[in-house]
Design a protein around this ligand. Structure first.
Ligand code: FES
Ligand SMILES: [Fe+2]
Length: 349
């Protein structure tokens, strides 16, 4: 693992790794997470688990093996492991050959399924987990049964640039220019109130901008947007008695590749019927972000000095301050002191 990866990526936090519906009972799946090979799985009881995707015998990924819903059998010499990572059987051992199976253990990562998504806790030090573990961000007003739409994309950049791009309020009219969302002509001054919240900040409830056209489908709506470390954005839209909640997460796979999940929950029946029509627009929106990150990388490869301005780049500054404070408060073993002020930001977009 490179030192760049260590310096940029927050550990001792939960990362969303996969929407639960994509991991069936009796299935395992190998996945890169923060530069580590991780085996995800769901046992016959429906419980999810995550462990290192490396056989402790000779190092082959366990994801190449067989899983019967209870145990994973390595494809190389058939060693078997239960879902807690404990070795249960070594076929080549004779009954007379004493060997303590307890010596063989695959590292297990804390793994939970919450509101329809699977999260994995990536520890700073695997031998001493924080107690209690931090909480997984709660998506307000909905449960797994309201999860309606999932899109995924890979961004070819570091986690910091992906998060800053996600929370950047000024790129809309340029990157997301389209008949159904924004035009450059409609740019105008905006003022939004922000407040510190948990490990991040919240843009307080407001009526969406008149130039964000897609909101108009839902009539009289209001929205609130929360960001939380390490890389979670939750947009909570109230449309009369209905709710639409967008969960956006960024998960670092390596130091130069980030996986984005855009997940929508809603309670509006007609929207579920319209899902095949909506999906291409969500896709296009995400691809616009991905394309611009791709182009940005051409310049970042030369490691230029960058400029952050007021107020449009304040969320980017806050992100860096929040990250620094989380690391510092842990190093000093003191409570987290949210550095974000209660304030109003003004910008044009
Ligand atoms: S490498 Fe897995 S059993 Fe030998
Ligand atoms: Fe965007």
């Amino acid at each position: 693992m490179s030192s760049a990866l260590e310096s940029e990526i927050l550990r001792d936090v939960w990362y969303l790794v996969i929407p639960g519906q994509q991991l069936k009972r009796g299935q395992t799946l190998g996945k890169m997470l923060l530069g580590q090979s991780v085996l995800l799985g769901r046992d016959t009881n429906g419980e999810v688990f995550a462990m290192r995707d490396i056989c402790p015998h000779r190092g082959i990924p366990l994801s190449h093996g067989r899983f019967d819903g209870r145990e994973i059998e390595c494809c190389y010499h058939g060693w078997r492991f239960n879902c807690a990572g404990a070795c249960t059987h070594i076929p080549s051992l004779l009954p007379t050959q004493k060997f303590d199976l307890d010596r063989v253990l695959v590292h297990r990562f804390p793994c939970r399924e919450v509101q329809g998504n699977v999260w994995v806790f990536m520890a700073e030090d695997e031998l001493s987990l924080p107690d209690p573990l931090p909480v997984i961000p709660v998506i307000p007003d909905v449960d797994a049964s309201h999860l309606r739409l999932v899109e995924r994309s890979l961004f070819p950049c570091s986690i910091d640039h992906a998060v800053v791009g996600l929370m950047d309020p000024a790129h809309g009219p340029f990157v997301h220019r389209s008949w159904w969302w924004r035009s450059q002509k409609s740019m105008h001054q905006k003022s939004k109130e922000f407040t510190p919240s948990h490990w991040g900040f919240t843009m307080l409830r407001h009526r969406p901008s008149s130039n964000s056209k897609a909101y108009k489908l839902f009539g009289n709506v209001s929205t609130e947007i929360r960001f939380e470390l390490p890389s979670t954005r939750i947009e909570h839209i109230i449309a009369g008695k209905h709710r639409i909640v967008g969960l956006t997460t960024l998960t670092p796979l390596t130091d130069s590749q980030v996986e984005l999940h855009q997940i929508f929950y809603w309670t509006i029946p007609w929207l579920t019927l319209a899902r095949p029509l909506i999906r291409p627009f969500v896709r296009q929106f995400i691809e616009q972000d991905r394309d611009v990150i791709d182009k940005q990388q051409q310049g970042l490869n030369e490691d230029p000095q960058l400029i952050l301005i007021n107020d449009a780049d304040k969320p980017a500054r806050w992100y860096h301050q929040l990250k620094k404070e989380l690391k510092q408060s842990r190093a000093e073993n003191r409570p987290f002191n949210n550095p974000v002020p209660q304030t109003t930001l003004h910008w044009c977009s």
